[in-house]
Design a binder for this molecule. Structure first.
Ligand code: ADP
Ligand code: MG
Length: 233
C-alpha cells in the first residue's frame, strides 16, 4: 500500500463546455490534500475521473506509478451522500470493501466500529443511524478497504456544525493511525484549513488551479484533539 497520485493535464468538457482544464496535481504517500472550490467548479467531476467513472478528454491519472485513467475500483471513493446499502447491517456495510477484494478481517472491522462510537449498532440497519453515524460507517469502510488512496467528496457538508466538528476530530484521530493518502474536496474554507496538510484552490468555468499552499503549522492530530475519545462514547 502506498498511495501516490500524479495527475497530468486533466481536461473534461460536458456538451462542449469545459469543466476542468489542464489540472496537474501530485500527492505524496500519506498526505491529506484538500481541493477547495466553489459549488459547480468541478470537484465531483475530478473524483469521477480519478475513480474511473468518467473518461477525461485529455490527461492521465497515475496511482503508484501505474496508469489508472478510466479504470474503476482502484481507489476508495466516498460520495457526498453516504452510499450505505440499506438492507445490509452496519457490520455488513463495513465489510463490503474487504469482501469485494476477497480478504475479510472481521475483528478489525468490529474494533473500528467500536472506535467510531458505534458499539451496539453492529447489527443495525443504516436507517437507524444519524447522518454523522452513517458518515462514520462509510468512512471506516473506506479506511478498511485495501485501496491506498481515499477520495472524500464533501463528506460533512450535510451535517450540522457541531456534528461536523466532532467528525473532523474523529477523522483526524483515526486517520493518524492508518495514514492512508486522503484527497478531500470541500467548499468550506474552515474545514479545509483544519484538516489538511496542503490545500489546492480551484476556480470555476472552467476549473483550473489558482493557488496552492502548505499549511504552515502542525495540524491538530490525535494526541492534541480538543474533543477526547470519551466524547464519542
Ligand atoms: P462540484 O462538485 O464542484 O460542485 P461538479 O463536478 O458536480 O461540481 O460539476 C461541475 C460542472 O459540471 C457543473 O456545472 C455541472 O452541472 C457539470 N456537470 C457535472 N456532471 C455532468 C454531466 N454528467 N453532464 C453534464 N454536465 C455535468
Ligand atoms: Mg460536488
Amino acid at each position: 500500500m502506498i498511495g501516490t497520485l500524479e495527475i497530468n493535464g486533466l481536461t473534461k468538457s460536458f456538451e462542449g463546455r469545459e469543466v476542468l482544464k489542464e489540472i496537474d496535481l501530485e500527492m505524496k504517500e500519506g498526505e491529506f490534500l484538500t481541493i477547495l472550490g466553489p459549488s459547480g467548479s468541478g470537484k465531483s467531476t475530478l473524483f469521477h475521473l480519478i475513480g474511473g467513472l468518467l473518461h477525461p478528454d485529455q490527461g492521465t491519472i497515475m496511482l503508484d506509478g501505474e496508469n489508472i485513467t478510466g479504470k474503476r475500483g482502484l481507489i476508495s471513493y466516498m460520495p457526498q451522500q453516504p452510499a450505505l446499502f440499506p438492507w445490509r447491517t452496519v457490520l455488513q456495510n463495513v465489510l463490503l470493501g474487504q469482501e469485494l477484494q476477497g480478504k475479510v478481517e472481521r475483528e478489525k472491522a468490529l474494533n473500528m466500529i467500536k472506535r467510531a462510537g458505534l458499539e451496539g449498532y453492529e447489527q443495525s440497519l443504516p436507517d437507524a443511524l444519524s447522518g454523522g453515524m452513517k458518515q462514520r460507517v462509510a468512512f471506516i469502510r473506506a479506511l478498511l478497504s485495501p485501496q491506498s488512496l481515499i477520495c472524500l467528496d464533501e463528506p460533512f457538508s450535510a451535517l450540522d456544525d457541531f456534528t461536523r466538528l466532532e467528525m473532523h476530530q474523529w477523522l483526524l484521530s483515526i486517520w493518524a493511525e492508518y495514514k492512508k493518502t486522503i484527497l478531500f474536496v470541500t467548499h468550506n474554507i474552515d474545514e479545509a484549513l483544519f484538516l489538511s496538510d496542503r490545500i489546492i484552490v480551484l476556480s470555476s468555468n472552467p476549473a483550473t488551479i489558482i493557488s496552492e499552499f502548505e499549511i504552515p503549522f502542525e495540524r491538530p492530530r490525535s494526541e492534541s484533539l480538543l474533543l477526547s475519545e470519551e466524547f464519542l462514547e
